[in-house]
Every structure is written in structure tokens, then in C-alpha cells.
Design a protein around this ligand. Structure first.
Ligand code: ADP
Ligand code: MG
Length: 575
């Protein structure tokens, strides 16, 4: 957790003020019982009203000052802790944003969400405690002992007995409680995971009648979390009354033995009263320390989980000195590229070599799992190659800044993603300052105008989270419009026409042609009719290029391509 505190730098002043305020508050608290003893032992005994009023007034002033300090300190420490939480969430978020897909694969969304929310809250809560108690508790404890001894030394043995008992109980609690606290976060993770899967897959869950099974899965995770929380609460429920019991027994013992001494005339009533108060303060400060001991390990677990995210080494980082690009616009070159997903023993791509120039259409065809999406993920640098190099405009993608690289690319992913917001907002995602005319044009080209205009709100129609309230084909067209509005040098369409009917597909490609005529275009498609007129068709088979060339060339040279064609086109079309 200490490591995380480096983010508290901007709150140094706050913390310093809190420490001073708490210091003053503790001192005033420690001084009050002594003054009270004076009132009883001097003022009351001598029936000196003036003295009582004077000291009493003084006490009121000190108490008021102490309270003011306490309020201010609590305010400032809460502000610091909440700010700390904000900073942490920000850091995690920024870090996660820079993750490559590889790191996402490794950690998973569920735990990233818990870490950004729940774990940060844990840290935040414990920071308030630490801020307010790290000063108060030890100071009260030590100061209390000193002040108590000044009142009377012979009663001190009561404390000497009480404190070890208290520590014994604390020890037992910690031993039983810590393991429970440590697994708490994992259980929340698990619950989150089940919930997320269930929510995102709700259609499948329903279609396969798995609602009951999913409910059981959720119930299990839920009950597991509850059991753990109950165990923790039982321990706390026992702990608190036991602590109070010890405190009360200590008070009774003090009154008992103090009374004997008062009877013998060796102690005054005021001293005894003050002593009891000091004893309570000491035991109470120990109690606060226990709270710290309990909370800190739990927060420590959270801190480790947060650090894990923050210290994840990024696979894909910008170079120290990104190379500036020459004027070339949109050249893409693969030089003997091989790539494998982390942990896979088979390469997903091997020895890929080709070049694509502006004005050219490169089509990629091949069976599912042949590596088509993987290939274009290398152009956008979602992953880094294992060997060989991917060049864009003559520069290795690893040597340019990701921002520049991706600024050149209009990308329509295979799995269409829309965001919650209006249709216009979703299209403008490709270009923030796009005008309404540009939006309309892009929509027109993507063949989405018809369905958008049929909507009551038109471009202001609200897209639900994940784009669930539009059809697959509509989603695809909107995501094409989103890519088109950028006017990119390189366009990538990953199976982007699969959900379109034949007629729309043809119309879209006809409208697309002049739009992207000057760009370097990659189209991944399943159907021969889509790829047939490309300048270059890359036939992928099991991660390898089994043929590259135009439709005509491939028909003569590439067996895999002939098979694909034969399965789709009739004899006449072939001829
Ligand atoms: P295509 O787009 O041609 O259908 P992909 O490029 O998506 O195929 O996948 C190629 C191969 O890489 C497949 O065998 C697939 O199992 C594997 N693969 C794809 N994505 C990942 C990933 N994130 N982690 C590990 N393996 C993957
Ligand atoms: Mg794919």
C-alpha cells in the first residue's frame, strides 16, 4: 500500500495540516481530565466558586478548540482520501486504456472493473482511518499513560493487567479474521464475473433455457460471498462487546481499588475520576489500533491488486522517439511476418509477405480461423509481430506513435461495437468535429440513410448499450459510416458485409468505390463475389499464404482458392 501513497503527493499540505490539527486535538483531550481533577480536588474541596468557574471556563474553551480541530481534521482527511480514490481510479483507467489486447486477454474485464471500483473504495476507506488514527491512537495511548501516572502511580497495575488481555484478544481476532479478509476481494471478483457473463449473454442464456443453471451459478457465488462476510461479521460482533467488557471491568476495578485508597486518605476523588478517564482513553486508542490492524490487511490485498494493474508491463508502447513519416500516404507492407498468440504453440500467421498501395483493394479470404482478423490486427498494431515487420508508409509500426498510426486507419471490426448514445454521436466517434452534412454523407454511402430516416428521432435515435436495439446489419452499416467519416488513408473492413443482404451489399460496395478510391483498402470477406474484383486477393490457409494474386491468376495457380470458388459459384459464373 505504501507504494500507492506516492500518488498522494499533491495532498502533502492537507496531510500536514491534518497531523497538526489531530496533534492539538489529542493534547486538549489529554489535558481535560487533569483540569477536572483540579476542579474536584481543589475547587470543590475548598468550596472556591471563582476557581471552579475559572477552570471550568478554561475547560470549555479547550474542549471547543479540540472539537473544532477534530472537525477540520476529519473534513480534510476525508477530502484527501476521496481525492486519493479519484487519482487511483484515474491511474488505473489510463493504464488499462494503454493495455494491448494481449493484456486484456490476460486479466479479464470483470476483475479490472472490481479493481477500479471496489478495491479503490477499500483503499479510500482505510486511508481515512489511517489518516485520522495513525496520529491519534499512539499519541493518546502514550500521552494517556504519562498523564495517568501523574495522577497516581499505584493504580497503574490495573492497566498492566488489562492491556495484555486486550492484546491477546486482538491477536486471536487477527489470526482468525485475516484470511477471511484476504479472500473477500476474490469472491467479489467471482460474483462480478458471473454477473457480467450472464448479462452480456442474456439472449443465449434464455435461448438455451439456462436461466435456472445460471441462477444457481450466481447464487453459489453470491452465497459464498455472504458466508465469508458473515464469518467476518461474527468475529467483529464478538470482538466489540468483549472489548467493551474489558473496558468496563477495568473501570470497575479502578473504582474499587481507588475507593479503598480514598478511604485510606491516600488518594483524592478528582484524581480517581481523572485516572478512570485516562484509562478509558488508553484502552480506546488501543481499540482504534485494532481497527487499523483489521482494515489495513484487507486494504493491503486491494493495494496489491491495484498495483498489479498499474505495474503490468505493456507489450505495446510508443517508441521513445517516434519516427516522423514522409509524405507517403497509406502504403502497407508485410515483410516475412510471423505471429503467435501468447501461450499458443502454433503460430497464427507465418511468413506473410505482401505490399499494398494507395488506390488498391486488397482482399483477404480464407476459412474461419485461418488468421484473417489476426493479420489486420497487426496493421493496427493491436498486437506486435513475433518476427518480420509490418511497415506503414515505409516505417515499422513499432517505430511510430500509435496515435499517428491509428489516425491513418478507418477500421470496421469483425465484431461490431456501438456505444450508448445517439446514432449521430456514434458516427461522430470516427471524427469528433464532423458536420451534419458529413454525417449524412457517410450514412448515405454506408446505405444506412433509409433505416435512419425511418426512425422517429432520425439521427437522434438512441442506441442502447452494446447496440442491442438495432439489427446486426444496421449495426454493421453504422460502424461502416463511422469508419468512412474519417477519410482515412487506409481502410480495413473485417467481414463487414456479412450481415447485409445481397442487394444492400452490392449497393454499398458500388457507393463505397469512389469514396475509398485513393486509399489503401483491405476487405476480409467470405464470399467470392465480394473479393473477385480486388487488385490482389490473399488466400490464407492455416496462417499461411497459399496464394496471392488476382482472381484470374489464382484460379490457375491456387488450389485452395479454386475450392472456395467452386463451393460458391456455379459453372457458368466460373466460365
Ligand atoms: P479468422 O479471422 O480468419 O476467422 P482469426 O485471425 O480470428 O481467424 O484467428 C486465427 C487463429 O488465432 C485461430 O486459430 C484462433 O483460435 C486464434 N486466436 C484468435 N484470437 C486469439 C486470441 N485473442 N488469443 C489466442 N488465440 C487467438
Ligand atoms: Mg475474423
Amino acid at each position: 500500500m505504501i507504494k500507492l501513497f506516492r500518488f498522494l503527493k499533491q495532498y502533502t499540505l492537507h496531510i500536514a495540516v491534518v497531523i497538526v490539527l489531530l496533534f492539538v486535538q489529542v493534547l486538549s483531550d489529554l489535558y481535560l481530565p487533569t483540569l477536572m481533577a483540579d476542579i474536584v480536588d481543589i475547587g470543590l474541596v475548598n468550596k472556591d466558586v471563582n476557581y471552579i468557574l475559572k477552570i471550568g471556563g478554561f475547560m470549555l474553551l479547550i474542549a471547543a478548540g479540540g472539537t473544532l480541530c477534530a472537525i477540520l481534521a476529519t473534513y480534510l482527511s476525508s477530502k484527501t482520501a476521496v481525492g486519493f480514490g479519484k487519482i487511483l481510479r484515474e491511474k488505473i483507467f489510463t493504464k488499462v486504456e494503454s493495455f494491448s489486447l494481449h493484456e486484456f486477454d490476460k486479466l479479464g474485464a470483470a476483475t479490472l472493473i472490481t479493481r477500479t471500483t471496489n478495491d479503490v473504495t477499500q483503499i479510500q476507506q482505510v486511508s481515512v482511518l489511517i489518516l485520522s488514527m495513525m496520529i491519534t491512537a499512539p499519541l493518546t495511548c502514550i500521552g494517556g499513560v504519562i498523564m495517568a501516572l501523574q495522577q497516581d502511580t499505584s493504580l497503574a497495575w490495573v492497566l498492566v493487567v488489562a492491556i495484555p488481555i486486550l492484546f491477546g484478544i486482538i491477536g486471536i481476532t487477527l489470526k482468525r479474521g485475516l484470511p477471511l479478509f484476504k479472500v473477500m476481494q476474490e469472491k467479489i471478483d467471482k460474483l462480478n464475473l458471473v454477473l457480467r457473463e450472464k448479462l452480456t449473454g442474456i439472449r443465449v442464456v434464455r435461448a438455451f433455457n439456462r436461466i435456472d443453471k445460471e441462477r444457481v451459478r450466481f447464487d453459489d457465488a453470491n452465497a459464498d460471498l455472504m458466508d465469508n462476510a458473515i464469518k467476518i461479521n461474527i468475529i467483529m460482533a464478538v470482538l466489540m462487546p468483549v472489548m467493551m467488557l474489558i473496558m468496563n471491568v477495568t473501570t470497575v476495578a479502578l473504582i474499587w481499588f481507588g475507593a479503598l485508597r480514598i478511604e485510606a486518605g491516600t488518594m483524592q476523588i478528582g484524581s480517581l475520576l481523572a485516572f478512570i478517564q485516562y484509562a478509558t482513553q488508553i484502552l480506546f486508542s488501543l481499540l482504534m489500533l485494532v481497527m487499523l490492524f483489521i482494515m489495513v490487511p484487507r486494504a493491503q490485498v486491494s493495494a496489491v491488486r491495484i498495483n498489479e494493474v498499474l505495474e503490468t508491463d505493456l507489450d505495446i508502447v510508443d517508441p521513445e522517439k517516434p519516427k516522423l513519416l514522409n509524405n507517403a500516404r497509406g502504403f502497407v507492407e508485410f515483410k516475412d511476418v510471423s505471429f503467435r498468440y501468447p501461450g499458443a504453440d502454433q503460430p497464427a500467421l507465418s511468413n506473410i509477405t505482401f505490399t499494398a498501395k494507395p488506390g488498391e483493394l486488397t482482399a483477404i479470404i480464407g476459412g474461419t480461423g485461418s488468421g484473417k482478423s489476426t493479420l489486420i490486427n497487426l496493421i493496427t498494431r493491436f498486437y506486435d509481430v513475433e518476427s518480420g515487420s509490418v511497415l506503414v508508409d515505409g516505417v515499422d509500426v513499432r517505430e511510430m506513435s500509435q496515435k499517428v498510426l491509428r489516425g491513418k486507419i478507418g477500421f470496421v471490426p469483425q465484431k461490431t461495437v456501438l456505444f450508448s448514445g445517439t446514432i449521430a454521436e456514434n458516427i461522430k466517434y470516427g471524427k469528433e468535429d464532423a458536420s451534419m452534412a458529413e454525417i449524412e454523407h457517410a450514412t448515405q454511402v454506408a446505405q444506412a440513410t433509409e433505416f435512419v430516416s425511418e426512425l422517429e428521432a432520425g439521427f437522434e435515435h438512441h442506441i442502447a448499450q452494446g447496440g442491442t436495439n438495432v439489427s446486426g446489419g444496421q449495426k454493421q452499416r453504422l460502424s461502416i459510416a463511422r469508419a468512412l467519416i474519417r477519410k482515412s488513408e487506409i481502410y480495413i473492413f473485417d467481414d463487414s458485409f456479412s450481415a447485409l443482404d445481397f442487394k444492400t451489399d452490392a449497393k454499398l460496395r458500388a457507393a463505397l468505390k469512389p469514396e475509398i478510391a485513393d486509399s489503401t483498402v483491405f476487405i476480409i470477406a467470405q464470399s467470392v463475389s465480394t473479393v473477385m474484383y480486388a487488385d490482389r486477393i490473399i488466400v490464407l490457409d492455416d496462417g499461411q499464404i497459399s496464394g496471392i494474386g488476382t482472381h484470374k491468376e489464382l484460379l490457375n495457380t491456387c488450389k485452395v482458392y479454386r475450392e472456395i470458388v467452386a463451393s460458391q459459384l456455379s459453372e457458368e459464373e466460373l466460365a
